[in-house]
Unconditional design. Structure first.
Length: 195
């Protein structure tokens, strides 16, 4: 299996001790989320139905690149994490549609077909920067601009308060590089353009 086909999953705790977030480097639902609080509500979602078949699952929330699983209180995360990670990973690897189109709004379906036409890595990188990175950086008085994507390396220009900021390297490597590597498997590194 090539590196770009490897499905990665890591967990994040949530404020609710009975729920845990399983984050993946794959898109599951585009700009939309579905909450399945019971097994009966899972009709129409192969992913939710599969998870509810596991005895300790009490709720499933599916979003862009993560699944939040709520467990039954009598189980401990330490006992069940590996099984849930494997189940989600195997489901995503199978290529099965996580949710029936009937559950998605019409504008999401139209957007999906448009996105399928523009799935090259550079387009995905630019979209992620516009949607998630620029707004956060602008709140801190800075700006970031896409310069190039060559041989797995994304080059960005840091401007405003980001230029010369001591924490810009952390933002670049931990924040932006982490996001892009998870969402665009072709990305190996993110670097700042030399001044």
């Amino acid at each position: 299996m090539s590196a770009e086909n490897i499905i990665e999953i890591y967990t994040e705790m949530t404020p609710n001790p009975e729920s845990q977030k399983f984050v993946t480097n794959r898109h599951i639902l585009p700009n939309f989320q579905l909450d399945f609080r019971t097994r009966e509500l899972a009709e129409g979602s192969a992913l939710a139905k599969m998870l509810f078949a596991i005895p300790f699952v009490n709720g499933v929330f599916i979003a862009n690149n993560f699944v939040t699983v709520t467990k039954k209180p009598e189980y401990e995360w330490l006992e069940i994490n590996d099984e849930l990670k494997s189940a989600i990973k195997n489901f995503l690897a199978s290529g099965t549609k996580p949710v029936d189109d009937a559950l998605l709004p019409k504008d999401i379906l139209k957007q999906q077909s448009n996105e399928a036409a523009a799935t090259d890595p550079e387009s995905k990188i630019k979209e992620l920067l516009e949607k998630y990175v620029k707004p956060a950086i602008q709140m801190d008085g800075g700006h970031i601009e896409f310069k190039s994507f060559e041989e797995g390396v994304v080059t960005l220009s840091l401007q405003g308060s980001c230029s010369g900021c001591p924490s810009s390297t952390i933002t670049l490597k931990s924040g932006i590089e982490g996001l892009l590597k998870r969402m665009v498997p072709e990305v190996n590194e993110v670097v700042a353009e030399a001044d």
